[in-house]
Write a protein that binds this ligand. Structure first.
Ligand SMILES: [Fe+2]
Length: 131
């Protein structure tokens, strides 16, 4: 049986430009907001062209011991150079990076997924402890 989880690819982000990289503290303070940045192409730049770009990044938090994750953000990157003159003519490009803040009382794992318009779905995760 086909399963959507099989469509998500993962790899070492230092060698694969599609993997979303999650920058967040290893340990956050209980109940205090902290910043999370997710970027695609941190080590090896991903193209940002009309015909080839990152369309979105989603972030989830799965608290330790809970069954279900919480979606904490979704960023859509909507400008990739297209204009009435054609592809890559506008000079307006959204960079595929998002920073948000959230808080939690529980440790857990932040999951990121990203979507390249021609290379599909990618994933990564980062554990966050609570002090
Ligand atoms: Fe790509």
């Amino acid at each position: 049986m086909e399963d959507i989880k099989n469509l998500f690819q993962g790899a070492d982000w230092k060698a694969e430009k599609h993997v979303p990289v999650i920058d967040a503290p290893d340990t956050a303070k209980k109940g205090e907001f902290f910043n999370v940045t997710a970027t695609v192409g941190k080590e090896i730049a991903h193209p940002n062209k009309t015909e080839h770009h990152i369309a979105w990044i989603e972030l989830y938090f799965h608290p330790q011991g809970e069954k279900f994750p919480y979606q904490i953000a979704r960023a859509e990157f909507l400008s990739h150079g297209a204009s009435i003159q054609g592809p890559d003519t506008s000079s307006v490009y959204t960079h595929h990076e998002v920073t948000l803040s959230f808080k939690t009382d529980k440790p857990g794992v932040i999951f990121a997924s990203s979507y390249c318009n021609i290379h599909g779905l990618w994933q990564n995760n980062k554990e966050v402890k609570i002090a």
